[in-house]
Design a binder for this molecule. Structure first.
Ligand code: TXA
Ligand code: MG
Length: 333
């Protein structure tokens, strides 16, 4: 398949370009598009055949459900059964934006989208290109636009690397603002199933009783949680808390390894050889923004081992640590 690349300015999206992408979605095609979190790979959410193509292009297990991306509350009413009161509070506060809510699904949504579940995950993105595309094409089912298991793409180059030749259109809309995926919240249990760009602290302010799902259950609350995720090809060893001072020791024993650490740790240990920066410890937002592109870059450079520093779990740091733990082959505490 020939993949068309459309470059679009996300501040001022060109209507004619987005129209081409919307037409591709409406005629059952696949379009990779930017959102404020990571790039998504979209299809018409009501078209089961089109949605099946997404699983094929990504190599995604068919029991992992997708997020339906909407433009308006009218769209929401088309894809869910009902809108609980708690949802209304969260929507008012966080939409459009990187919070995904799990509702009872409307029969109009095919089972392919929800992997046979009776629930559907929905979000209204804030990226202007994404919103305009959904406005023109209707609700879009989209997982992240990567080959299943690899770090999510946060720029068009990373999407092209994974999906060129497998999808109709890739929109190049620049770098994603947050760099980690949306927070997924189950409305029945008021539980965060996946920490993400909207923080636990932010949600707690509006819903004080919100819980965080911990650990891998036999039957995961969010099917996506049972799969290995976000992994670079290199083996990643994650150092948390008190073990961080061991990084220089491990580095001396593995001189070919890449070190991915904060600016402070690099300076304190005078590290520069094979050293890559996550960012400053005080800026977890910037660490999040560059996290996946850093992991992909280390793969492109051919490293086989990454020694990676963990950060504080406050704010968006919780999402960063969730992704790093899933990417890690080994965690040193
Ligand atoms: O920021 C994001 O959320 C990005 C952009 C493209 O919107 N999308 C994304 O999609 O990360 P994906 O497919 O990579 O992750 C969707 C997550 C998975 O963990 C999946 O298991 C969960 O949402 N999910 C989807 N439907 C669900 C449902 N009905 N119940 C529970 N979890 C669900
Ligand atoms: Mg994903």
């Amino acid at each position: 398949m020939k993949t068309k690349i459309l470059k679009i300015n996300h501040q001022k999206p060109q209507a004619s370009q987005i129209k081409k992408a919307a037409e591709a979605i409406q005629s059952g095609g696949l379009v990779a598009f930017p959102t404020e979190t990571v790039y998504g790979l979209g299809a018409n959410a009501f078209n089961a055949t089109a949605v099946r193509k997404i699983f094929k292009a990504k190599g995604r297990p068919s029991d992992n459900p997708m997020i339906v991306h909407i433009y308006s509350i009218e769209d929401l009413e088309r894809v869910v059964k009902s809108i609980p009161n708690k949802a209304k509070i969260l929507i008012k506060k966080f939409w459009p934006g990187p919070l995904t809510l799990v509702f009872d699904k409307s029969p109009a949504i095919p089972k392919e989208v929800t992997a046979n579940l009776d629930t559907v995950a929905v979000r209204m993105p804030s990226n202007k290109i994404a919103l305009e595309l959904i406005r023109l094409a209707g609700p879009i089912a989209a997982p992240s636009a990567n080959v299943s298991g690899t770090p999510s793409p946060t720029n068009a180059k990373d999407v092209i690397q994974d999906l060129k030749g497998k999808v109709d259109i890739i929109i190049d809309g620049g770098n994603a603002k947050f760099g980690v995926e949306s927070t997924v919240l189950d409305l029945k249990s008021i539980t965060i199933l996946r920490p993400g760009a909207i923080t636990y602290e932010q949600i707690k302010k509006v819903i004080p009783g919100v819980k965080i799902f911990k650990g891998l259950a036999e039957k995961p609350a969010s099917p996506g949680m049972k799969y290995r995720h976000y992994s670079p090809k290199a083996k990643l060893i994650l150092f948390e808390g008190k073990s961080i001072p061991q990084i220089p020791v491990w580095r001396d024993e593995n001189p070919d390894a890449a070190v991915l650490c904060t600016l402070e740790t690099a300076i304190d240990n005078r590290m520069n050889h094979n050293t890559f920066l996550l960012g400053r410890q005080k800026r977890p937002d910037i660490i999040a923004r560059n996290l996946f592109s850093n992991l992909r870059r280390l793969d492109r450079l051919g490293y086989e081992l990454i020694l990676c520093e963990g950060i504080s779990e406050s704010g968006i740091g919780m999402a960063v640590m969730n992704r790093l733990r899933k990417a890690a082959s080994k965690i040193v505490n």
